[in-house]
Design a protein around this ligand. Structure first.
Ligand SMILES: C[S@@+](CC[C@H](N)C(=O)[O-])C[C@H]1O[C@@H](n2cnc3c(N)ncnc32)[C@H](O)[C@@H]1O
Length: 278
């Protein structure tokens, strides 16, 4: 005789299994139940006497075991919400972070007709800008062919048809272009930082995370290359580590960018810095 489980029972057992490692155990369990049943979170809570099928329960316990090993929820369910859309993710791309939504907000303050997104990863920034500015030309670069494959799938699924994707090293594939806006969330963690051993980042590609011993190598290249690729009055916005803002402002000033300013993330950390050419 097969044992059946209600959503309430499965939920409770899942929370018990995860609560020692994950502060987000309740939310994690609801995400997994949503993925296996196709129900929304509110339906899971409202109809908690519904029985899980044997297939649903098997999938749920398999995902729960992977979560117990620390795998990111986004990898288990295959997507992450970003701003007002849902983006496919895989282990080959960085999982979009809430901090990066601030980068998009800052970039959107002034419309731009030609945009470059450096290190596009899942494509989340380029797609957000494409959705806001359907008439703009958007170029998106990444060195990882696997990331570009996911980004292109996301752009197709979200009808962000005007984005052109380029494989290569930062500005190399778009060397002769001029842009009104350059945006980038580059890798910015130092090679030996302890945070690389914690949480989701343990499962994400190091190409998306680390950049030299001080974490600033990519930011140095991106900022140094920006003036030559920006039209007059063009803007550069970058995301960076919470202790890197001063260094980033100095790098921008050294390139004679003006109107340099830093924005904070929701945790109150300096996270996004921008400047523009004269
Ligand atoms: C922090 S992730 C950002 C991904 C995405 N833009 C986001 O905000 O979620 C940095 C991205 O830069 C890419 N990258 C690293 N080094 C690069 C390089 N030299 N040239 C182009 N892209 C690079 C990585 O593959 C990764 O996708």
């Amino acid at each position: 005789m097969s044992v059946t489980h209600t959503l309430a029972q499965a939920r409770q057992a899942g929370i018990l299994a995860l609560q020692e490692q994950q502060t987000s155990a309740g939310l994690d369990v609801d995400c997994l139940l949503t993925a296996v049943t196709g129900l929304s979170r509110s339906q899971i809570l409202a109809f908690d006497e519904r029985l899980l099928s044997a297939h649903e329960y098997k999938r749920y316990t398999a995902l729960l075991a992977r979560r117990q090993r620390g795998e990111p929820i986004a990898h288990l369910i295959g997507y992450r919400d970003f701003i007002d859309f849902t983006i496919k993710v895989a282990p080959s791309v960085l999982i979009p972070r809430p901090e990066t939504e601030h980068l998009v907000e800052a970039a959107l303050e002034q419309p731009a007709d030609r945009v470059l997104d450096l290190g596009t990863g899942s494509g989340c920034i380029a797609i957000a800008l494409a959705r806001a500015w359907p008439a703009s030309t958007i170029h998106a670069v990444d060195r990882s062919p696997e990331a570009l494959e996911i980004a292109q799938q996301n752009a197709r699924a979200l009808q962000a048809d005007q984005i052109r994707f380029f494989a290569g090293d930062w500005y190399a594939p778009v060397a002769v272009q001029q842009y009104a806006l350059i945006v980038s969330n580059p890798p910015y963690i130092g090679l030996n930082e302890p945070e690389l051993q914690q949480g989701d980042v343990r499962f994400e590609p190091s190409l998306a995370l680390t950049s030299g011993t001080d974490g600033l190598s990519a930011l140095r290249q991106i900022i140094a290359g920006a003036p030559a690729r920006l039209a007059a009055g063009g803007r550069l916005w970058v995301e960076h580590g919470y202790q890197q803002a001063q260094a980033v402002r100095e790098l921008m000033a050294a390139q004679h960018l003006i109107d340099i300013e830093t924005r904070y993330d929701l945790a109150g950390h300096e996270r996004i810095t921008g400047g523009r050419t004269q």
